[in-house]
Ligand binder design. Structure first.
Ligand SMILES: O=C(O)CCC(=O)C(=O)O
Length: 270
């Protein structure tokens, strides 16, 4: 459980650095299963397994790995993580929007440019989601840990979520004319040990630089929705997992593809 100070810090900063969540052995098991999915050895099928970069800048993205592998399905329901999520959201019902693995291999791991999440999720409202990002190996500055901009979740959606990235030093390159005068942009690195979890709000500016080290950087983010999140159909926008939606526009987003992991304050079983 989180302390009142940690919850307050999350409200101010838009993220909360590492808390222990999984044992090293559990993280190792998930990492092995991740490689099975990448190699096409899993029992089920993920929504997507793809390289978001190129040969020199590889970022393997897996969306909804929980649909490919039961260990990852159980991970969604991790009661320690979902209890902290419920605290940060201030809601006692929590559902999964989707999960996302990002694996940056040694030496050729590519960048994940600065962005906000919610503008990429236009079909769900409101923008109150919180993600739980778990490192499946130590994530350090050297191998491309996440960086966050404190307080940026309070600045609203920025240009469709794309912040802009300076290639030389991987700093954010926003359109300053869209921000209040005097806004300070001071990114901080968020190193996370294997098995630890870090949380971020869906409007917090974040990104992760390339991995030129000899150590891979596997991690899984689960994007959790408060129980009141609704499906808002917008004919001009879509999302990879929209085909899984079984409710009508305007209704609470739930169903077999959007598991409820906590209800009325209780952690549910996988
Ligand atoms: O894993 C990363 O480096 C980026 C993940 C991310 O953008 C997210 O979890 O929202």
């Amino acid at each position: 459980m989180l302390t009142a100070e940690q919850i307050e810090s999350f409200k101010e900063q838009g993220f909360l650095k590492a808390q222990s969540a999984l044992s090293a052995e559990d993280a190792d098991r998930l990492r092995e299963r991740m490689f099975d999915v990448i190699e096409g050895q899993s029992k089920g099928k993920a929504e997507a397994v793809r390289n978001m970069g190129n040969d020199q800048n590889v970022v393997v993205q897996i969306v909804n790995i929980w649909e490919a592998d039961d260990l990852f399905r159980r991970h969604l329901f991790n009661p320690d993580i979902t209890a902290m999520i419920a605290q940060l959201m201030g809601d006692d019902t929590v559902r999964v929007w989707h999960d996302q693995v990002q694996y940056k291999p040694p030496f050729v791991g590519g960048p994940t440019d600065w962005h906000q999440d919610h503008p990429y999720w236009p079909i769900i409202q409101p923008a109150d989601l919180v993600s739980a990002w778990v490192a499946l190996e130590d994530a350090s500055v050297e191998n491309g840990c996440m960086w966050m901009v404190p307080g940026s979740h309070l600045w609203g959606p920025h240009k469709g979520g794309t912040i802009g990235t300076n290639r030389e030093d991987f700093s954010p390159a926003p359109d300053m004319s869209l921000l209040p005068e005097g806004t300070k942009i001071e990114p901080v690195p968020c190193e996370v040990k294997k098995g630890e979890v870090m949380f971020h709000h869906c409007l917090t500016w974040h990104g992760s630089p390339p991995n030129r080290s000899a150590h891979g950087r596997p991690a899984i983010a689960v994007h959790y929705m408060p129980g009141y999140t609704r499906y808002e159909k917008d004919p001009s926008k879509t999302h990879l997992v929209e085909h899984n939606v079984e409710v009508a526009p305007g209704e609470i987003l739930k169903g077999s593809h959007f598991p409820t992991v906590r209800e009325n304050g209780l952690a549910l079983e996988a």
